[in-house]
Design a binder for this molecule. Structure first.
Ligand code: HEC
Length: 187
């Protein structure tokens, strides 16, 4: 014991020097060792990091989104090629935001519609021939502006689905439509 004393002290000192050399909070250093993580580091929302919706009327520093009409919408060009990456991203977004009303295959039969005992406030099919003939820009505009374009109870998703994610959603809607149009998927 007596003989190990100085050795242990030296080891402790070396550890302290190492922590000091890294120049950071010991808690963070400990966390770098995979099997030694602390409870403080977890996937919970940290204090002051709570997502708080912006005050109504707040405009992003990049400027406000221009209002879209059907005429301007039809002229929009899809920025995303229909790669599997884009479609997979679109499916994730669809399952997050749209499936609840429009249903897993886009027929307008999501859990909300079934719970209401029928089509919920006129949720529409996204896979019939009429909608399949619409432009990509039209689908984009409905996603961004919802009922602002006079679309009944379709909510606005422009504040939740942003950037190229919107085109990925459009690409996924095209995939759902193709599944219905193909002989195997037709019902
Ligand atoms: C709360 C239910 C609800 C959710 C969630 C929802 N929608 Fe809708 N959607 C509707 C309703 C209701 C309509 C029909 C609106 C109308 O024209 O009266 C509609 C219409 C549409 C149309 C136009 C269909 C047509 O025939 O012109 C598109 C495209 C569409 N939704 C896409 C989406 C996408 C993409 C999402 C997810 C980002 C989504 N919707 C989420 C309820 C919903």
């Amino acid at each position: 014991m007596c003989r190990r004393g100085p050795l242990a002290a030296a080891a402790a000192f070396a550890a302290l020097v190492a922590v000091a050399a890294l120049g950071c909070n010991p808690d963070d250093v400990v966390h770098r060792v995979g099997w030694f993580s602390t409870m403080r580091h977890q996937r919970s929302i940290k204090p002051y990091a709570q997502p708080i919706p912006p005050v109504p009327g707040t405009v992003p520093v990049t400027g406000a989104e221009p209002l879209m009409s059907l005429q301007t919408a039809d002229r929009l060009v899809n920025l995303r090629t229909r790669t599997s990456e884009s479609i997979n991203r679109g499916r994730f977004l669809y399952e997050t935001y749209c499936l609840v009303c429009h249903g897993p295959t886009g027929r307008g039969d999501g859990p909300i519609s079934s719970a209401a005992g029928g089509p919920f406030f006129g949720v529409r099919s996204l896979v019939n021939d009429t909608i399949a003939r619409r432009t990509d820009g039209y689908l984009y505009a409905v996603i961004v502006s919802g009922q602002v374009m006079g679309r009944g109870l379709m909510p606005i998703y422009g504040d939740k689905v942003r950037g190229t994610d919107r085109w990925d959603l459009v690409n996924y809607l095209r995939t759902l439509q193709a599944a219905v149009q193909s002989p195997r998927g037709r019902r």
